[in-house]
Structures are given as structure tokens and as C-alpha cells.
Write a protein that binds this ligand. Structure first.
Ligand SMILES: Nc1ncnc2c1ncn2[C@@H]1O[C@H](COP(=O)(O)OP(=O)(O)OP(=O)(O)O)[C@@H](O)[C@H]1O
Ligand SMILES: [Mg+2]
Length: 346
């Protein structure tokens, strides 16, 4: 038995002329062999039909071939139900005001994902788009540090329905770092993280956005899974450094996204070379050719190379992204060019 099968059965159950899945009554669905667990999420005003609905669901699943049916019901306080679609066995949540979700990832730590994600967001903004950035690294949120928002917190609107993100130089910023205290150890895992991720993304007042850039932690863990399973991601940009040793890790990350059915749009080689300011000569400090090799191996285009640049690291420390503070230095120009290639691909 599969979740798809269970989902099909649930879609046959109607309330007020709509099936319960499209109506947003399905909170979660887990299938293990012949056992199915359904979490119903029922709006307050429909609480009276909960028992009747549970009976209908149980009967339908049992006659559909499941041997054991567990139903849990949560009553939802009048928040509008998110629009639910199906994506394989998963549901995806529609963010109606966000046109493109773009994620920045890598198999490796410290290659400059967060730096690139932040600067890509500002590059899109400079090109005239409305942009938000979501830092989904709960163990080491760095976007809020890079934008000097450490002391800010997300506000909750008066009716308590939405998070209001702080805005920095015209870009909305959401981060686990703006929710929890920097020094509080956060031990969310698996389902709890998934839920927190869903709430933070879907209950934030993003306004109208052309691009939501999501900074991911290294590797393929909870944040990658939650993002790919819950939302419709337009594409992932994979950051690597030029060392050939970095390739194996990055390849693993690319394979991970393929499994999650998310398209990898391109590869970005960061810290690709250093241009000596005195002589203008290029030095390939971390080796050469890693990005190209990765592109040849995977068929995914190399979208550009960003040089090692002291403006990048000092901007990160000063709280103003290099693209915003120094748009004409070589690293900013490289990132602007990458942003333009991404626009062409879309
Ligand atoms: N092109 C560059 N030139 C100079 N410094 C850079 C460059 N790219 C990143 N850095 C610096 O390298 C450090 C690591 O960058 P960053 O935090 O963006 O990496 P990350 O991949 O997000 O790390 P993590 O895996 O911890 O999330 C930062 O101090 C950043 O300023
Ligand atoms: Mg990072």
C-alpha cells in the first residue's frame, strides 16, 4: 500500500462539495505497509462534523485495502487552510504571492552558500525584482549575521496570524536566527522541524515576491527534505569551490536533489581565483577546474565563477552585502552576471 493510494481514497471523500484533500482537511498522511495514519486538521467552524468524517475516512480506507487505520484530529483555529496540491506522495503548500523559490545548496560546509545566497537576493533586487530571503539553517543561521540583523526579531501581526519579517535594504529576511535566541540550543528534528519549517514559510507575510532565495545548510538533511517536500521549488543553485576534493560531496548533494525531484539549475564556483591588485594577475589558490569538472560530470551548466575578494568577506562582517555596498568590484559583477543568467534560464 502507498501514500498515493491512500491519497486517492481520501480525495473521494467530500465535505460541502469539495474533497477533503483540496479543502485542506488533511494535515498529514503516513503509510507503513498496510497501516495508514491520517492527521486531520479541521477548522473550528467544522468541528461538529469531525466524528462523522473520521468514520467515513476509516470505512473508505478499510474497504480500499488498508488493514489498520489510525486517525488523529486537530482542530485548527480559524487560520485559512493552506492550499494543498499533491507532489508524488507528498503535499505541497502553495505560497500564492511568491513566484519563484530558488534554493542555494552545497554538499560541503564553508564554501560560501550563505554569502552567495544573500548576494544573489540583492542582485535580483538590483535588477528590479521583489525579493525575500529565507535562512533555513537552524544550527548556524548566518544570514541574519551577514545582514546585521542579530538583534532583530520577527514580529507577529496584531491578530497573531502572520509573521512580519524585518526588511533590509529592500529585501525581506526570515531566519530561524530571528526566531530563537542565538545561544539557545535548538533540538528540533524530523517532524518537529518539518512543522516549524512549514509554519515559518507559509505564515510569513512575504507580500508579493518575484524571488524567494532559500539558504540551505550543508549536505542533505531536514532542511533540504522539508523544502523539497513542502514547496514547489523552481530550482537549486549548487555552490562549490574549485578543489577537486570538493566534488564528491557536491555530487552527492546533486543526486539528493534529483531524488527529491528538484531541478538543479546550475553550478557556481566560489573562491575560484584571486586577482592580485598590484599586478592584475590571476592566482588559482584553491586549484582550478572543479566547477567545470562537476558540470561535465553532471551536464548541469556552470553559471559562473566568483573570485576570492576581501570586499566579500568584509561586507559579510559589516552587514552590507557586497553587491549592495560595492556593485562594481569584480565579485559583485560576477554575481550580477550569474543572476542575469538565471533569469535567462527561467
Ligand atoms: N568569494 C569569497 N571571497 C572571500 N571570502 C568569501 C567568499 N565567499 C565566502 N567567503 C567567506 O567565507 C566564509 C564562509 O562563507 P559562508 O558562511 O557563506 O559559507 P557557507 O557555505 O554558507 O558555510 P556553512 O556551511 O557554515 O553554512 C565567510 O566568512 C565569507 O565571508
Ligand atoms: Mg551557510
Amino acid at each position: 500500500m502507498t501514500s498515493k493510494k491512500a491519497l486517492e481514497i481520501l480525495k473521494g471523500i467530500m465535505v460541502d462539495g469539495k474533497d477533503i484533500v483540496s479543502a485542506g482537511f488533511l494535515g498529514n498522511l503516513t503509510v507503513e505497509g498496510e497501516k495508514v495514519e491520517v492527521v486531520l486538521s479541521i477548522p473550528e467552524e467544522k468541528e461538529d462534523i469531525a466524528l462523522e468524517l473520521q468514520d467515513k475516512i476509516r470505512d473508505a480506507l478499510l474497504s480500499g485495502g488498508f488493514k489498520e487505520v489510525v486517525i488523529k484530529t486537530k482542530v485548527k483555529q480559524s487560520l485559512p487552510p493552506p492550499k494543498v496540491q499533491t507532489k508524488g506522495p507528498f503535499k505541497t503548500i502553495d505560497l500564492p504571492n511568491v513566484k519563484n523559490i530558488m534554493a542555494v545548496a552545497s554538499g560541503k560546509g564553508g564554501v560560501g552558500k550563505s554569502t552567495f545566497a544573500v548576494n544573489l537576493a540583492y542582485a535580483f533586487k538590483r535588477l528590479g525584482y521583489k525579493v525575500g530571503i529565507f535562512d533555513s539553517d537552524i544550527y548556524g543561521p548566518s544570514v541574519s549575521v551577514m545582514l546585521n540583523l542579530k538583534d532583530e526579531r520577527m514580529r507577529v501581526d496584531p491578530e497573531g496570524r502572520k509573521f512580519i519579517p524585518p526588511e533590509k535594504y529592500g529585501v525581506k529576511v526570515v531566519s530561524f536566527g530571528l526566531l530563537v535566541d542565538e545561544y539557545t540550543p535548538v533540538l528540533w528534528r524530523g517532524a518537529m522541524f518539518h512543522k516549524a519549517y512549514e509554519e515559518l514559510m507559509s505564515q510569513t507575510d512575504w507580500g508579493e515576491l518575484d524571488f524567494l532565495v532559500v539558504d540551505l545548510p550543508p549536505g542533505t538533511g531536514d532542511a533540504q527534505m522539508s523544502l523539497a517536500q513542502l514547496f514547489d521549488v523552481k530550482g537549486v543553485l549548487v555552490v562549490t569551490t574549485p578543489q577537486l576534493v570538493a566534488i564528491a560531496d557536491v555530487l552527492r548533494a546533486i543526486k539528493g536533489f534529483e531524488k527529491l525531484e528538484v531541478r538543479v539549475l546550475g553550478i557556481i564556483e566560489n573562491m575560484a581565483y584571486f586577482v592580485c591588485p598590484d599586478t592584475g594577475k590571476k592566482y588559482y589558490i584553491f586549484g582550478q577546474g572543479g566547477g567545470k569538472k562537476l558540470s561535465d560530470l553532471t551536464g548541469i551548466p556552470l553559471l559562473g565563477s566568483v573570485p576570492i575578494d576581501e570586499y566579500i568577506s568584509s561586507s559579510g562582517d559589516n552587514g552590507i552585502p557586497v553587491v549592495e555596498a560595492f556593485p562594481d568590484v569584480p565579485s559583485s559583477r560576477a554575481i550580477m552576471k550569474i543572476a542575469e543568467s538565471i533569469l535567462k534560464m527561467l
